[in-house]
Design a protein around this ligand. Structure first.
Ligand SMILES: [Zn+2]
Length: 270
């Protein structure tokens, strides 16, 4: 893997959380946003003179050939994110092999470069799917970047090494692994992008909440300074006749507490 910075190039509706509400047959009819957002990303990287690794979904490579070429022309590394964004846990060995082969072929043919890196949709290289590394080795991949060394209900190998390492696949092949970044907090490993509560606003003296004095707190709650109303901008989701976007978004939000409640007994047991 040539770069520490990496991106998965896919459409917003490919996210696993929408798999229950957006049918695959509908994907082609939905508004595409991947080109616009990736172009912006390329501009920012160019301004910062920084290169990155782009794990491209085969489905996107098939439809956005110009975009894939521009990524390669920008001096970035192209890698594979599979074709249909299906978690490996739902695929048989032969289905996974076909999915990866199709995506790798599309990216290589479009950009004219060799693809040696893979990242699984939804980080689904887990203990039960380590056989997938054999398939990757058979197809000429040199590294994988799918293992998330955390506790999670959908993915993760909690005791996997946190830093790049060499793995021996179940059939004895060698594969470099570049795990997702984590932050260690005592016994805990958390993703660096874990959602956290936003800090409280500073008081009228500009002091942060930790340095706030009782005077500050009194002034902050003074009726002379009514709180400013919160302006909410509604999210605009593309119209789809059969997709229940509100339900999909609610599902995404509801996952946070359920994930925590399911993971905590496993964490306590460790
Ligand atoms: Zn993805």
């Amino acid at each position: 893997m040539n770069n520490a910075l990496s991106f998965d190039i896919e459409e917003y509706f490919h996210a696993e959380v929408f798999s229950g509400v957006v049918r695959r047959e509908e994907w082609s009819a939905l508004e595409s946003r991947v080109a616009r957002t990736t172009e912006l990303l390329l501009e920012l990287l160019d301004e910062a003179a920084t290169a990155a690794t782009f794990f491209v979904l085969g489905w996107v490579a098939e439809r956005q050939r110009g975009l894939i070429r521009r990524i390669a022309e920008g001096g970035h590394e192209l890698a594979c994110h599979g074709y249909g964004h299906q978690m490996i846990t739902r695929l048989s060995r032969s289905e996974f092999a076909s999915d990866v082969e199709r995506a790798k072929g599309l990216i290589e043919e479009t950009a004219g470069v060799g693809v040696v890196g893979y990242r699984a949709p939804t980080f689904s290289v887990v203990r039960e799917t380590l056989w997938s590394l054999d398939v990757l080795a058979d197809q000429g991949f040199q590294y994988d970047s799918s293992i998330f060394p955390i506790v999670h209900d959908r993915y993760g190998i909690p005791d996997a090494p946190r830093f790049p390492h060499r793995r021996t696949t179940p059939s004895g092949a060698e594969m470099a692994e570049f795990p997702m970044s984590t932050v260690a907090r005592g016994r805990w490993r958390i993703p660096p992008f874990a959602p956290t509560a936003p800090p409280p606003p500073p008081c009228s003296h500009g002091r942060s909440s930790r340095r706030r004095t009782s005077t500050c707190r009194r002034r902050a709650s003074s009726p002379r300074k009514p709180p400013r109303p919160i302006r909410r901008t509604p999210r605009r989701w593309p119209a789809s006749p059969s997709c229940d976007w509100p339900k999909a978004i609610t599902t995404a939000r509801a996952r946070r507490p359920s994930r925590r409640s399911r993971a905590s007994p496993r964490m306590r047991a460790r």
